[in-house]
Design a protein around this ligand. Sequence first.
Ligand SMILES: NC(=O)C1=CN([C@@H]2O[C@H](COP(=O)(O)OP(=O)(O)OC[C@H]3O[C@@H](n4cnc5c(N)ncnc54)[C@H](OP(=O)(O)O)[C@@H]3O)[C@@H](O)[C@H]2O)C=CC1
Ligand SMILES: CCCCCCCCCCCCCCCC(=O)[C@@H](N)CO
Length: 324
Amino acid sequence: MADAYFTLILLLPLFLLALLYFLVRPRPVKIPIKNRHVFITGGSSGIGLALAHRAAAEGARVSILARSLEKLEEARNAIRLATGIEVAVFTADVRDYEAVKRAVDEAGPIDVLLLNHGVFVALELEKMELSEVKFTMDVNLMGCLNFIKAALPAMKNRKDSLPASIALVSSQAGQVGIYGYVAYSASKFGLRGLAEALQHEVIADNIHVSLIFPPDTDTPGLMEENKRKPEVTKIIAASSGSMKAEEVAKKTLDGIKCGSFIISCNLEGIALSLATAGLSPQRSFLMAFLEVAAAGILRIVALGMQWSWYGSIEKYYSQRKGAS
Ligand SMILES: NC(=O)C1=CN([C@@H]2O[C@H](COP(=O)(O)OP(=O)(O)OC[C@H]3O[C@@H](n4cnc5c(N)ncnc54)[C@H](OP(=O)(O)O)[C@@H]3O)[C@@H](O)[C@H]2O)C=CC1
Ligand SMILES: CCCCCCCCCCCCCCCC(=O)[C@@H](N)CO
């Protein structure tokens, strides 16, 4: 009897693995980037610039887009200096559909569309101007919709039969809401709904959607954000440490190349993605296995995180009361 139980406990995970192997959708895919057109928005700074460097070094034909031509040319020079490769630059504000359309038409059909542009201010909603809230939503969310709408027809009509990719840079603050990120989290959570629905619509065209969830990353954008960031936002964000832009760029390109729907960047990020797997698509039966096996325990860890974050918020407010 004890033996039978023992065998069952051993066999159960094997059955589960076998089941998940047949169950996971969409099916696994490999997306090459060498000799293909990789278009990166926000490619003049931070994570986008690191992505452009890396994609160029891996042999892709790279285009970068941002608002400031000056920063774009600086980026182009830096990439030429480091790799000897010439990237194409395009200026547009992602909020302006006509300008985006012109850039996309000029650049030619895209194989890997990397929507990385983004703006962020960490501030309580109460202290933010409504114009800043709208700006965040317009750039981070509408900017991606504008771009996809403009680029999709040519992406669908691409000549080769190779798989293509649309990748969106969200944030760990797009997986869990955090103090100071009411507007930002709204814009980044929005990308998830966008991505899940879009994957349904483009799977038949062999286009694969990825969502990237970086933690705090050392970039010019973060330096700027830190000037006004509430202390408690810093404490909560520190739960996931911080990364270099080059490390995030590596995880991102590796994830895109194997078609991962969700791309986490560090260990905390993997735990966060497992804990928030929900109904998102999963191509890897091994990740699916982890999602199923770890669900219960990760919910307890998540509740522990909230316990500690609410503790920080409580402390922050009692100190502020004491000070005034
Ligand atoms: N750094 C971090 O801690 C984290 C960042 N992220 C996300 O990663 C992405 C990149 O961040 P990061 O590298 O730090 O940002 P940076 O501020 O360093 O760079 C942002 C890039 O986006 C471009 N951009 C901004 N607004 C627009 C616009 N309206 N139209 C076109 N281009 C625009 C900027 O160029 P220009 O100003 O010339 O237009 C620049 O190239 C963002 O989506 C961000 O939300 C996610 C998690 C953590
Ligand atoms: C269940 C397991 C949980 C594991 C730990 C989870 C830790 C979450 C921390 C979230 C940090 C968010 C940083 C946002 C960075 C960002 O986007 C800004 N810098 C703006 O760019």
